[in-house]
Design a binder for this molecule. Structure first.
Ligand code: ADP
Length: 218
């Protein structure tokens, strides 16, 4: 049997994390756990969590650590994550979340943390033209003259602009990345679990860099 992996993906918004995580999740046969996707699903379903998270997400702010840790804890207890491992995308985003995750994953610690590096100037443009499938999360790029309605090639869902992909919310998220999430590089760097991977270039080449970095830790 192919061995699984327990992996955290860090990297700026718009660095191509989501798409690479979906591909790695197929490659390593482990679930892709995206906290952004989980929260957006809760907003769509109108759950209590969704109601309280909606305005926070649209403003580009961060949902509280306690709520996020409980959400991830519940997901990591499911069979697929316990047996095969997981790819965490969008979590942890603060040092407090990373500490909480280390505590709850004590029996099965992380194999590797990847920092997918793409400079801020490069991601800004990508985020403003980003469109996503509401159902499967596939990413597209708007040219300005888009099909309407725009239907996803993968699953037939609606392709839309995320409510938090407005210039204000994008800048706020990128600022928060620098102040809240970059400190995780030091947090994980100290334990020998961190791999920095250059995220600039052809997606297939970046995927190759990611899998080689992961193989070094499995
Ligand atoms: P992006 O990486 O493009 O900002 P995500 O899809 O990962 O977006 O997350 C969307 C929003 O969901 C975030 O801007 C934030 O409001 C909320 N969110 C997701 N994950 C977390 C987390 N670990 N901690 C706090 N808020 C989160």
């Amino acid at each position: 049997m192919i061995p699984g992996v327990r992996l955290v993906m860090l990297g700026r918004q718009g660095a191509g994390k989501g798409t690479q995580c979906v591909r790695m999740s197929r490659h390593f046969v482990v679930p892709h756990i995206s906290t952004g996707d989980m929260l957006r699903a809760a907003v769509r379903e109108g759950t209590e969590l969704g109601k309280s998270a909606k305005t926070v997400i649209e403003a580009g702010s961060l949902v509280g650590d306690d709520i996020m840790v409980a959400l991830v804890d519940e997901r990591l207890r499911m069979d697929d994550a316990r047996t095969r491992g997981y790819i965490l995308d969008g979590f942890p985003r603060t040092v407090a979340q990373a500490q909480a995750h280390d505590k709850l994953a004590k029996a099965r610690p992380l194999d590797v943390v990847i920092d997918l590096v793409v400079p801020r100037e490069l991601v800004l443009e990508r985020l403003t033209s980003r469109r996503v499938c509401r159902d499967c999360g596939a990413n597209y790029t708007s040219t300005g003259i888009d099909r309407s309605p725009w239907v996803c090639d993968m699953c037939g869902g609606d392709v839309v602009q995320r409510a938090d992909d407005t210039p204000d919310a994008i800048n706020r998220r990128l600022d928060l990345y620098e102040t809240q999430t970059q400190p995780l590089i030091d947090y994980y760097g100290g334990s020998g679990r961190l791999e920095s991977v250059d995220g600039v270039g052809d997606p297939d080449v970046v995927f190759g860099r990611l899998t080689s970095a992961i193989e070094r830790h499995r």
